[in-house]
Design a binder for this molecule. Sequence first.
Ligand code: ZN
Length: 146
Amino acid sequence: MARPPRPTMNLDSSFFWEGVEKHELRIQRCAGCKRLRHPPRPMCPACTSLDWDSIVASGQGEIYSYVVHHHPPVYGFEAPFAVALIELPEGTRIVGNVSGDPTALYVGMPVEVEFVRIDDSWTLPAWRPAAGARDSEATEATEAEA
Ligand code: ZN
């Protein structure tokens, strides 16, 4: 399979990608009001401060929303694949792919980060179902009983 397109890395996002190489999910935090934000950007949308640092997130989260992409073909990805908005317990959200059966996903599904080595020069963060995730058959059975 072809490799996915390499993300843009710049002065605002380099800390994030350096963390990914160390298997850390770093999230930008405003130095003024302490609000987290992702993707990284120069100014806090809440207080307009330009000062920031970062935290290392736990790598746990849950699916806030998702789509399963079927068509058209996307270079570097094999359809169908899931793209999800992950709610982090630290207090912000992040977009990423979720591995496994895309038909088994549901809103609220617990997920955990994984670091996928694309080649010798870069790694991509992604998500996989975590402990406590229901499988889709169990979900259907539960709904049928209700
Ligand atoms: Zn702020």
